[in-house]
Design a protein around this ligand. Sequence first.
Ligand code: NI
Length: 457
Amino acid sequence: MPRFPSEKLKNEVVLRDPVHEYIHIEDKVIFDILKAKEFQRMRRIKQLGPISYVFPGATHTRFEHNSGVYELTRRICNIFARKYPSMAPNDGLWDDNNRLLVECAGLLHDIGHGPYSHTFEHLFGTNHEKIGQKIITDPNTEINHALKQVSSNFPDQVASVIAKTYPNAQVVKMISSQADADRMDYLQRDAYFTGVSYGQFDLSRILRVIRPYSDGICFTNNGMHAVEDYIVSRYQMYQQVYFHRVGRSMEVLLHHLLQRAKDVYQKGNLQVTPSLAKFLEGNWTLADYLNLDDGVMETNFSMWTKANDPILSDLSKRYLYRKPLASVKINKETKNLLPKLKTLINQAGFDPEYYTDTNSAFDEPYDAYKPTGKNANSQIEIMQDDGTLIELSELSPLVRALNGTFQGDERFFFPKIMLSQNDEPQIFDPLYQQFQKYVRNGELRYLRRPNKKKKDN
Ligand code: NI
């Protein structure tokens, strides 16, 4: 008797998918999760949020990504079951009894995300991981109901895989590690929908060389270059897409827009949809959270373009009509010039609290491959012919070089008009001139002092 008995569908259901071609659904429980209202909600939440303002094609949703991660876990299970089936307990090979568990975890790994998750969490203290656990384990959700067909404690087990506390490392690492089904799906999917070519890597080759071992998942040494290629693609996606300065600028605008809405709401005069009002009040339930999606947020932004508060109205228009803030790179030395710049911005009529910000690429919810540090336990291992494991960057000069580079930057955001006063003389021209003296070629610079000739005595 399998550990997680599953009722099969009479007829397999297939979804067409531009990245994986087909997503195959064979189990009733998977199909029921897909049909659950909490899962259907993912159709209304964009995977990349404001990045679609930079790459217009990137309006794909979390529904597609979650389904894609499910499909990859299903394929990896197929490969493991065929090539590396466990023959005895603890032999380090794959026990296919875990299949349904890991497939459900793949399907539900991002179920706790709401609209603009990253920004929203900062402002309203929500936590997508905790909410995800709740959606899976709360007896009032359709997802919980679907999972309970398998067994009464199945929801808890699925939640523990996502929380990385499930005792089988192969199961956990298939969903969350440096080369897991989650990243493999989002890199390819985000590359496809942004239209960039650098996120492409040889997924079919990766799936030929992936294998289980006693402490998790690794790759065979004949696939080293495919894995190397995956790391390079990932590096390029961070640099070109996820860390894009305009995408980050739109996120800064979004943050200030919601912050301003919160402040105006507390003073008691703001039109807002009931679902969002709960968050502005700081008094929300799971049901309120599940009522939010991109459409609800955009409806509010649209209403706020006509708000009485001029800052809120302006920020809403800037966001909806894509008027990003400009930005410059800052570093440790130039950071102390920011108060000076903020004073100039304030003199030009912009409240620095709502029209400036600093944002570090390191704060983004993505990371680069670092085999040491806090994620060291999920490093990528390459299995040699004799069964020993070697960490990828020890074998690959390319990956080693990427590890040594400084990835991402810190930027200061401010209204673009501060940079656009060259052609039109304005009444406050000297102010703008002074501002621009500090900003050169997209970087914040110290003013050069005139060279004084040293007197020879
Ligand atoms: Ni994901």
